[in-house]
Design a protein around this ligand. Sequence first.
Ligand code: TMO
Length: 316
Amino acid sequence: MNRLAKLMGATGVGAVMLLTVPAFAEDSKDPIIIPTHNWSSQIVMSHVVGQIFESIGDNVEYVSTDSQAVYESVRLGDATLELEVWEGAFGVAFNEALAKGGLHDAGDHNAVTREDWWYPSWTKESCPGLPDWEALNACAAKFATPETGDKGRYLGGPVDWLKHDAERVEALNMDFVVVNAGSASALWAELASAEKDKRPVVIFNWTPNFVEALYPGEFVEFPTYFEGCKDDASKGPNPDKTYDCGNPPNGYLKKAAWDGMKEKWPHAYEILTKISFTNAQIAEMAKLVDIDEMEPEDAATEWLKTNEPVWKSWTS
Ligand code: TMO
């Protein structure tokens, strides 16, 4: 084949391809509404994805939103998407919104998640039977505080995360009182304070998070999560109660989208479906804020700079 034929052949192939590529509509210039919540990886990830959308010429607005109520907001199109649907904390709210209609599952991240009662490793010295939950319960008095009397204190997260810790304590008949921290930083402050005199503590924690880089520790092993634990009382070790189990030890991390997003912002939607972060990438996002003390916007810009091949593969 001579050069000209080659060129014509190549041009011909190009022309055919051009003809078969459907003409995509442009993305709306209305802002894509990205909800942010009260833990660092979610805020940084929201800005990472927002800055990716801006890189293709879209407009973005961030709205601080309650992490349970957000599923209703996305369903109604008041928020466009949700980037961190954690199975343990939000599986129930997400499924309820799915059933009502208006939002859909936009795919899983690569990350595998766990959210549950957790202790730093020095706690095991006071309660050697850990991580078993019954051993923890037998040690309840060691976790007592003035606020909880002779019962142990479990320091849970802010109330909008896992709303059913008290139900679990009741279903498993535990000698613990659930005290909710006002913020994520209150959890980390308690951890740092307990470290000083190696005081035993049990707090809410999750993975991926920055904590694993600073504090070795373990999750409490509750009765293993099973289908129906959260909505079918008859199932599980307590035949009269729901929440008689731990959270899933290998939980999903999903993205959710408003059903109208695909039509209004087709390019951004296409990118959203491709986005998939790993445990290490999410832990890094949290670290930039919680250890390096960057502002979330700057942390996102930094993350994009050091991970260009990762996200460019979603936009090309
Ligand atoms: C929702 N969270 C990741 C804080 O468990």
